[in-house]
Ligand binder design. Structure first.
Ligand code: E4P
Length: 214
């Protein structure tokens, strides 16, 4: 399973990269806005830190505009993946980009049928937002299960990129289901390391070691 970090803050990416578990990065207009920098600048810097897929999202809402932005974004680095919204125009743009061999990430997916559309046009990644579904009282992980079943039924190669992850339980759940990728904020990634018994056990080992040195 691949881990992507979901942020536009370069310092978070640098810190997580040191752990050796980051395979790629996802950003979105909200995350880029939080960085206070331009998308091009942030993406350029991220590409120099992580050698893996880096998603950069288009702002245009029409196919022609999306394709124009995609062409500019792909000039930044070979690892840039074009993130497109799951709308009719986004799917149409995805079809055109897939035909040109450009990697895509179809975002804002909230239903299995939407994921089916993205797979049909050859999206590289589909991003179902599980946390936002949970926020509405729906079951985000159930959506991941449905998409896994449908993609396996037909042998679609589009990768399931579980997004809008809020906490470590989401990571465990989507890993159990068989999502190909989990993208998560720095905080959730950092939380994966922790267990109170690990801390307590280590404390005990160190105390016993110190005693044995006296
Ligand atoms: C994914 O690519 C999105 O950037 C992200 O996971 C959205 O998550 P949120 O619901 O926490 O904003």
């Amino acid at each position: 399973m691949e881990f992507f970090i979901d942020t536009g803050i370069v310092d978070e990416i640098k810190a997580a990269a040191k752990w050796g578990i980051v395979d790629g990065v996802t950003t979105n207009p909200t995350l880029i806005a939080k960085s206070g920098r331009t998308q091009a600048d942030v993406i350029k810097e991220i590409c120099a830190i992580i050698d893996g897929p880096i998603s950069a999202e288009v702002i245009a809402t029409d196919t022609v505009g999306m394709l124009k932005e995609a062409r500019e974004l792909t000039k930044i680095h070979d690892n840039v993946v074009i993130k497109l919204p799951l709308t009719a125009d986004g799917i149409s743009a995805c079809h055109a980009l897939s035909s040109d061999g450009i990697k895509t990430n179809v975002t804002l997916c909230f239903s299995a049928n939407q994921a089916l559309l993205a797979a049909k046009v050859g999206a590289t990644y589909i991003s179902p937002f599980i946390g936002r579904l949970d926020d509405l009282g729906q079951d985000g992980c159930q959506l991941i299960e449905e998409i896994r079943t449908i993609y396996d039924n037909y042998g679609f190669t589009t990768k399931i990129l579980a997004a809008s992850i809020r906490h470590p339980m989401h990571v465990r759940d989507v890993a159990m289901i068989g999502a190909d990728v989990a993208t998560m904020p720095y905080k959730a990634m950092e939380q994966l390391f922790h267990h109170p018994l690990t801390d307590r056990g280590l404390e005990q080992f160190l105390a016993d070691h110190a005693k044995s040195q006296k």
